[in-house]
Design a protein around this ligand. Sequence first.
Ligand SMILES: [Cu+2]
Length: 160
Amino acid sequence: MTTPWKLALALGLAGITASCGSPESEEKEAPVFTKVPAETQVQNARLILPAVSGNPAAVYFDMTYVGDDVSLDGASVEGAERTELHEHAMVDGMARMQEMDPLPLTGGNAYNFEPGGNHLMVFGVGDDLQAGGTARVTLTAGDATVAQFDAEIRGAGEAR
Ligand SMILES: [Cu+2]
């Protein structure tokens, strides 16, 4: 069993060295709840704008996948140029983020994209995406749409 202080240390270090996202847990606001055609449910979806204009934004959400087994391998955000699926990994003792391999989805399972873990990295964020608004997010597996939902847009200083 992992001793709690070791875990806390690891999380703390990840927070210091992570170039994207902080593991601090914030009070969750009322979830943005969207039911998509495939019965997949996405809650608490939010897009965090970058502190510096021109940098990428991040999208986090909690998803319970319902459907046939697929591999999540794509994502897009309306109003942005390009979206990548990112994960955090420890490389040479440093937490860093990188594109992730396609993520196998099994019906009935929960997949949480959260600060310090998996997330969508959004490049070329357009002027239409402003704090207080929403951004339409689409997750895909090959040509199939896995989920489509609206993420609440938050400024860089707001709760992740
Ligand atoms: Cu990233």
